[in-house]
Unconditional design. Structure first.
Lengths: 561, 357
């Protein structure tokens, strides 16, 4: 008798399941939840559609002019930049990943997390520090000239293609490093042992086995680097190295031709999507089953000069990518602190924080809605909509700025016209030039950043967890509060931190869609660096670096235990 | 003496904990040996020492009479020409089946290599899936790829580390027979490590039962079951219970069910202390030693039963209060609590001195 009481009949569980708000049961479908992923996908697709449609729009004078004068050099510049940064980052990222994951050398433990630190510095900050330090009038060349008593014809020109590439490699290599290192660590020692038992020594094993096995992760990391490179605006702007993003900005704000900007943006989108398609193709061909994690390999000891050479290599990367910029920023910031730390600086900081906070709340909420909606309806169409809604991260900010601005401007015109006709009032512009435009653009770009940690946290709440909660008498809000929220908390926190920092660092969207006079730290950096005022740019940059370090330290502490 | 592999008193320790303790064994060319033991007995470590992934702190390992490991020397694994099948197979996920099998043939000419791959695919019956990737295969197929990959370079010795533990039970039995056939067809010498005695019995010619880093007995399956060298082996191999008994003379022992007469295994004869008249001993009674016989005056109560298809394994309470197992054809279906007639049927006696426990 007692047994029966403990095990409700099938029928009973069935009805209970249907009762439960967030169970995956399809018995209670509501169109509201169903629509969410599609609405968000539409919101993401709108700017893409706007921009892409201009690819086929009639061309204006400005566009003709652009094609004649700059388009060829834009393409060449973009090509070499992408190639240089991708291959440089892959080379440095993969080699550092191999050394820290598989070998043993002096300082390995320290370097394995410290080499991630450059992620905290926005690329455009590294860029202006490099220019300030190594340019002709910079302290390094000046000191060398004084010491040698002559000009330095051999000193490489920092304001060059190579200079931009080096700076971006220093800023972006950690993406490749992080992913590839993980791949090497999870490969475990089994595969290498298997290779050894088949007659390969460890060096052969690396090239014939570890490297090919890590290829999807190397490709993934390099793809991230490529995306960042194509999306970059700040770095190339500092170097006056014209790419599509700066050209979009100039077409809009210097030549006042939004159509031309949009047409440039459409070309950039085509390039970006070509990359994505290529990567997907590459990936689908070599999609391996996850390698099971086994005990970490005995490390390959690098003794004598080899060990020190590797330690030197790692120190070099860390020095130029992190220590040097941080030191130089501190020096500059300290020098101008008394003058520059004023009411206006606090205003920049306040704007940045406020904007980030708004964007964080908005993006995380939308991500949560999407994730819950996808949990309730996991049909292929909904899954496709979810995938589309996270595609925004691939869109360069400059493209999004144009893509969001154009439909909003159109909507604004419609609204004010309607107001005029119906109520005879002059409304002016309602949405355009308000924070709403910016927030929509941020949300589109950064939804993927919040979606992935929240979604993976949600994956841990299985259907049987819901049913277990039900079985213990929890349902609806109580289950949400006592079961779901504690499980999701970590994911939401990670998502919020990431997006907060990303928005703070974001430059092109902020620059192009901000309300008049609404300056943030990154806008201030753009303005100061475009006048070569490195010292003035240092103080805002320090704030960004500090903000970037916080989540990074958190991440490192979580993973490097 | 045709020893392909010889282990001489090898020792291995992780930190202070000694995992392998003065272990010796000799394996002849073409033989399939097995290290059988519960988890943590050190059997996998022995295998890894032979492969060269671990070094020994004392003793020596010889392959074809050549020293490959001792306390001060460890030939790198890739130079030993010893193949290995890993517990998780360690197939290379980025390579097709045939590329996996051909991986160790990197020193061969192209045509020779293709020929050997085709031959191995044929041998393990995977020609149809040669272009597939490991994750597209079933567990059993993956297992055979791992075997083919290890055998392809014609290693002097093949090591198999728990090769069937990732497969479901029904597949295990079939595959272990198949693996034995493949190994014998390739004339391979192999050592298998497992905790599953059915697997060991199905594949190996000779089996070493390991416990606490030592080989307790190195023998054929028959002898391990019928002539266990010590209590551990007696307990570990097969089922059975120990019943207290008294020696009457070196070939007779009295237990509560009567007097057992039979050939007492030679290890008992050697141990004169044990066989002396009047000594207290523990006698191993296997389930097949107790036969159900309705006419027998000797009766025991059924306290548990497990239906196994062809037969039923009864757990019986003997008149004296101790329990014993009995294997009975399954049409003799008796209820729990019922008293059934039993009879002893042994042709040899396995006994251990009482004090040895």
């Amino acid at each position: 008798m007692k047994d029966e009481a403990l095990h409700p009949t099938e029928n009973e569980t069935g009805t209970r399941k249907a009762f439960f708000g967030f169970s995956t049961s399809t018995q209670r479908t509501s169109t509201g939840w169903r629509l969410i992923p599609f609405l968000v996908a539409a919101l993401v697709l709108a700017p893409i559609g706007t921009v892409v449609s201009s690819l086929f729009a009639p061309t204006g004078d400005v566009w003709e002019h652009l094609v004649e004068t700059t388009l060829a050099s834009l393409l060449v510049n973009t090509f070499w930049l992408a190639l240089g940064v991708a291959s440089g980052s892959a080379l440095i990222g993969v080699s550092l990943a191999w050394f820290t994951a598989v070998c043993e050398f002096p300082g390995r433990k320290f370097f394995s997390w410290a080499l991630l630190l450059p992620l905290a510095i926005p690329a455009y900050v590294t860029a202006f520090v490099a220019l300030g330090l190594f340019d002709y009038i910079g302290p390094v060349q000046t000191a060398l000239r004084a010491w040698l008593g002559s000009d330095l014809p051999w000193f490489p020109n920092v304001r060059s293609r190579l200079g931009v590439i080096v700076v971006m490699v220093l800023a972006f290599y950690p993406y490749v490093y992080l992913l590839t290192r993980n791949a090497f660590l999870t490969q475990g020692k089994r595969s290498l042992e298997a290779a050894q038992s088949l007659g390969l020594n460890r060096t052969q094993g690396f090239f014939k086995l570890s490297l090919p096995m890590a290829r999807p992760w190397i490709a993934g990391g390099t793809m991230l680097v490529l995306m960042e490179t194509l999306a970059d605006f700040g770095t190339v702007a500092v170097f006056n190295y014209d790419t599509f993003t700066t050209a979009i900005y100039k077409a809009w704000f210097a030549m006042f031709s939004l159509p031309a900007a949009s047409q440039l943006a459409s070309l950039l989108i085509v390039i970006v999507f070509a990359m994505i398609v290529l990567e997907q193709q590459f990936r689908s061909r070599i999609r391996y089953a996850e390698v099971r994690q086994s005990a970490r390999a005995d490390r390959i000891p690098l003794t004598g000069w080899r060990g020190w050479a590797v330690a030197g290599f790692a120190s070099g990367a860390l020095f130029f990518a992190f220590l040097l910029p941080v030191m130089q920023l501190s020096i500059w910031a300290a020098r101008v602190f008394a003058r520059a730390f004023d009411q206006r600086y606090l205003e920049f900081l306040w704007h940045s924080l406020l904007l980030s906070a708004f964007a964080t709340v908005l993006t995380c909420s939308v991500a949560l809605l999407v994730v819950y909606a996808a949990r309730r309806h996991s049909d292929p169409v909904t899954r496709a909509a979810v995938r589309i809604s996270t595609i925004g991260y691939a869109l360069p900010g400059a493209v999004l700025a144009v893509g969001v601005f154009i439909p909003i401007a159109w909507l604004d015109n419609q609204l004010s016209e309607m107001a005029m006709q119906l109520f005879h009032i002059e409304t002016g512009l309602l949405i355009q030039g308000t924070l709403v435009t910016m927030l929509i653009a941020y949300m589109t770009r950064f939804l993927a950043v919040t979606h992935s940690p929240i979604d993976s946290a949600m994956q841990r709440i299985t259907g049987s967890i819901d049913e277990a909660a039900l079985g213990l008498g929890l349902s609806g809000w109580a289950a949400l509060r006592r079961v779901h929220l504690p499980i999701l908390k970590g994911g939401i926190f990670t998502a919020a931190t990431l997006v907060f920092v990303d928005v703070m660092k974001e430059m092109p969207i902020t620059l192009m869609t901000r309300p008049f006079g609404w300056d943030t730290l990154s806008v201030r950096i753009f303005e100061m660096t475009s006048e070569g005022e490195w010292e003035q740019a240092a103080l805002p940059a320090v704030a960004l670096v500090v903000a970037g370090l916080l989540p990074l330290i958190f991440f490192v502490r979580q993973t490097e235990r | 003496m045709n020893a392909l592999l010889e282990l001489r008193n090898i020792r291995h320790a992780y930190g202070l904990q000694r995992v392998v303790n003065d272990l010796s064994l000799i394996l002849k060319k073409g033989a399939i040996g097995c290290l059988l033991g519960p988890s943590g007995c050190g059997k996998t470590t022995v295998l890894r020492c032979i492969a060269g992934f671990e070094s020994v702190s004392a003793g020596a390992i010889l392959l074809n009479g050549v020293m490959i490991s001792n306390a001060s020397f460890c030939l790198p694994p890739e130079q030993r020409h010893i193949g290995m099948v890993f517990q998780d197979y360690a197939l290379f996920p980025h390579l097709t089946v045939q590329a996996n099998i051909g991986f160790g043939l990197h020193r061969m000419q192209k045509t020779e290599r293709a020929g050997r791959i085709a031959e191995m695919l044929q041998t393990v019956g995977l020609t149809d899936v040669s272009e597939k990737y490991p994750h597209q295969l079933s567990g059993g197929q993956q297992q055979r790829v791992a075997l083919a990959r290890a055998l392809a370079p014609r290693p002097d010795l093949l090591l198999l580390d728990e090769p069937f533990s990732n497969l479901d039970v029904t597949l295990r039995g079939r595959l272990s027979v198949e693996v034995r056939e493949i190994l014998k067809s390739q004339n391979a010498t192999a050592i298998l490590v497992t905790h599953d005695q059915d697997e060991a019995f199905a594949i190996a010619d000779e089996i070493g039962v390991m416990h606490l880093g030592e080989i307790q007995q190195w023998d054929t399956a028959y002898n391990l079951y019928h002539k266990p060298a010590n209590r551990f082996v007696a307990n570990f191999i097969g089922q059975g219970v120990f019943l207290p008994g008294k020696m009457l003379d070196p070939s007779h022992v009295e237990i509560e069910l009567g007097t057992l007469a039979g050939v007492i295994p030679h290890q008992c004869i050697q141990d004169c202390q044990l066989c002396r008249e009047g000594n207290s001993v523990d006698v191993l009674i296997r389930p097949d030693d107790i036969v159900h016989d309705d006419d027998s005056p000797l009766r025991a109560a059924v306290i548990n039963k497990a239906f196994r298809g062809a037969d039923i394994m009864y757990t019986l309470r003997l008149p004296g209060g101790s329990t014993a197992l009995s294997l009975v054809p399954s049409h003799h279906n008796h209820a729990i609590g019922e008293k059934i007639g039993i009879r002893l049927e042994t042709d040899h006696v396995v006994a251990f001195s009482r004090s040895a426990s």
